[in-house]
Design a protein around this ligand. Structure first.
Ligand SMILES: Cc1cc2nc3c(=O)[nH]c(=O)nc-3n(C[C@H](O)[C@H](O)[C@H](O)COP(=O)(O)O)c2cc1C
Length: 462
C-alpha cells in the first residue's frame, strides 16, 4: 500500500445531546454521554483531543425534534433521540480556554439565527479562540424546527440551498467586506480606536434579508471561520463545491468516497477553485482491540446496548419515510423510491448486504450503526484508514459509540500507529485553524473562494 503524501485530519464528532448517532449507547455503563450539560466533560474531551494532536472537535446540531414514528413522538422523547439537545456555540469558549491548538467546529443552520447576529457570534468566538473556529453550514432538514420558527413546514429542498446561498452572502459581506484591513488603530495618543473611513455598511438587499451593517465586530484572526458542509444532492454538492473548505461525508466504503470526491473536485475546479482547496472528511467509528477477536468481542458487547427502535426512528427521519409502517422483512429495494429524504443510508444498507442476502427494513435499524464501523486492531484500523486515504479522503470524523470511550480508545491505541505511519500529525502547525488545515495558505480565505469578491468591493458609507 502506498502511503498518502501528508497526514490526514482527525476530528472528534459529536452532538450536545445524550444520544447522537449510536442510539441506546447512553445507557452503557461506561458512557458519560448523559453529562452533556456538564462543561467538565467538554473540557476533558477537548484536552484529550489536543493531547493526541487531533485537529478539531466537530459539534453537529439538530435544530428541532425528530418526526413521529407510528404516529407518536414518544420514542424520540423516551429514547433521547437527539433530544434534548443544547446549543453547541455555548461550548466553544470553555474548550478553547482549556486548549491552545485544537480547532472547534460547530453547526449553525439558516433557521437558527439571523445572519447579522450569527456573524457577530462567530467573529466573537474567532477572537476568543485566537482563530480556531469553523462553521458547519447547514440548511436544516428538520420540519419540526421550521414549524417551531414560524414556518408552515419544510422549505423546499433546493430553495433551502438558495436560502443558504443568500445567508453566506450576508455573512461574507460582514466578515470580509465591512471592515478594511488597517481599520483598527487603537491609538491611545489620538484617542482614535477605529478609522471611520475604513468601516462600511454592507447595505445588503436580498430575497430574505435586508442588512444595513456595518459588522459589529472588528476583524477576527480568520475573518471568515473555516467553512464546512455536507451535501450529497445535486444542489448540495454544487453549494459545497463553491463554498466549503471541508466536505463531510458518510460513505461507508472507500469506493463510494472516491466517487463523491471526484464529483465535488470536478465541480470545484469548474468554479475556479483548486483541487486541494477542500478537505474530504469521512465519518467512521472504531472499535479497537489488541487482537481481532478481542475487538469483535467488544463490538458484540456494544451491540447488546444498541436501541434498534430508536435507530429505526432516526433512519426514518433522515430517509423521510416512516419505516415502522413496513413489515420488518420487506426488502429495502422495494421502498427506497418512497423515501423523500436522504436515501444514502438505505442504499448503503442494500449495498452492504452479505452475499446472497437481501437487505430488509429490520436490517436498516439493526445495522445502521455498524455501517460506518471499523472493528480491529490498531494496525488493521490504520490499514483501513490508508485505503480511505488512497481513495482521496483527507480527514476522518470519529463518531462516538460511547463518550468518551470511542475517542479515548482511538486516541490511546490507534494514534501512535497512525503517527508512526505518517497518517497523523505529531505536532500542531502554528497559526489559526485555517493555517493548520492548509499549511502555507495564511489565516484568511484564499483567492479562489467566492467570499473574496466582497473584499474591497464596494464604496465605504456610514
Ligand atoms: C457527516 C455529516 C454531518 C452532518 N451534520 C449535520 C448537522 O450537524 N446538522 C444538520 O442539520 N445537518 C447535518 N448534516 C446534513 C447535511 O447538512 C445535509 O443536509 C445532508 O448531507 C443532505 O444533503 P443534501 O440535501 O444535499 O443531500 C450532516 C451530514 C453529514 C454527512
Amino acid at each position: 500500500m502506498s502511503a498518502p503524501t501528508r497526514p490526514l485530519v482527525y476530528n472528534f464528532f459529536l452532538m450536545d445531546t445524550p444520544s447522537h448517532i449510536s442510539q441506546g449507547m447512553w445507557r452503557h455503563p461506561e458512557s458519560r454521554a448523559t453529562e452533556y450539560n456538564d462543561l467538565g466533560l467538554w473540557v476533558e474531551l477537548a484536552q484529550l483531543a489536543e493531547r493526541h494532536h487531533f485537529d478539531a472537535i466537530f459539534i453537529a446540531d439538530n435544530f428541532g425534534m425528530y418526526p413521529p414514528v407510528g404516529g407518536s413522538s414518544d420514542v424520540v422523547i423516551e429514547r433521547a433521540l437527539q433530544f434534548p439537545i443544547s446549543e453547541p456555540a455555548m461550548l466553544v469558549s470553555a474548550m478553547a480556554h482549556a486548549t491552545k491548538d485544537l480547532g472547534i467546529v460547530y453547526t449553525n443552520s439558516v433557521l437558527q439565527q439571523h445572519p447579522f447576529a450569527f456573524a457577530r457570534q462567530m467573529s466573537t468566538l474567532d477572537h476568543l479562540t485566537n482563530g480556531r473556529v469553523g462553521w458547519n453550514m447547514v440548511s436544516s432538514f428538520n420540519a419540526n424546527g421550521f414549524r417551531s420558527m414560524g414556518m408552515d413546514g419544510f422549505v423546499d429542498h433546493d430553495e433551502r440551498y438558495t436560502w443558504l446561498e443568500e445567508y453566506v452572502e450576508v455573512v461574507y459581506k460582514l466578515w470580509e467586506g465591512s471592515w478594511a484591513d488597517g481599520a483598527v488603530l487603537k491609538d491611545r495618543d489620538t484617542g482614535i480606536y477605529a478609522d471611520p473611513s475604513k468601516v462600511r455598511k454592507i447595505n445588503h438587499l436580498g430575497k430574505r434579508y435586508s442588512v444595513e451593517g456595518p459588522h459589529l465586530s472588528e476583524p477576527s484572526p480568520q475573518r471568515t471561520p473555516v467553512l464546512f458542509q455536507a451535501g450529497s444532492s445535486a444542489a448540495g454538492l454544487d453549494f459545497g463545491a463553491r463554498h466549503t473548505e471541508g466536505a463531510f461525508m458518510i460513505s461507508g466504503k472507500p469506493e463510494a468516497s472516491a466517487s463523491k470526491i471526484a464529483k465535488m473536485k470536478e465541480r470545484a475546479i469548474a468554479l475556479g477553485r483548486n483541487a486541494n482547496d477542500i478537505h474530504f472528511i469521512e465519518g467512521l467509528t472504531f472499535v479497537v482491540g489488541s487482537t481481532e477477536e478481542e475487538a469483535q468481542r467488544k463490538a458484540d458487547e456494544l451491540d447488546e446496548w444498541a436501541d434498534v427502535t430508536a435507530q429505526m426512528a432516526m433512519s426514518s427521519a433522515s430517509a423521510g419515510i416512516d419505516l415502522t409502517r413496513f413489515d420488518p422483512d420487506e426488502p429495502l429495494v422495494n421502498i427506497i423510491d418512497q423515501a423523500q429524504g436522504l436515501r444514502g443510508s438505505i442504499q448503503l444498507c442494500i449495498d452492504n448486504a452479505p452475499k446472497g442476502k437481501v437487505a430488509t427494513v429490520a436490517d436498516l435499524g439493526r445495522d445502521n450503526a455498524r455501517q460506518w464501523r471499523i472493528t480491529g486492531t490498531p494496525e488493521s484500523i490504520a490499514d483501513r484508514i490508508t485505503e480511505y486515504a488512497e481513495a482521496g479522503v483527507t480527514g476522518i470524523n470519529i463518531m462516538s459509540i460511547t463518550v468518551p470511550g470511542t475517542f479515548a480508545d482511538f486516541a490511546e491505541h490507534v494514534t501512535p500507529i497512525l503517527k508512526e505511519r505518517g497518517l497523523m500529525q505529531r505536532e500542531y502547525q502554528e497559526g489559526t485553524l485555517r493555517e493548520k488545515l492548509f499549511p502555507g495558505g495564511g489565516p484568511r480565505l484564499g483567492e479562489t473562494h467566492p467570499a473574496r469578491a466582497y473584499r474591497d468591493s464596494h464604496e465605504y458609507s456610514h
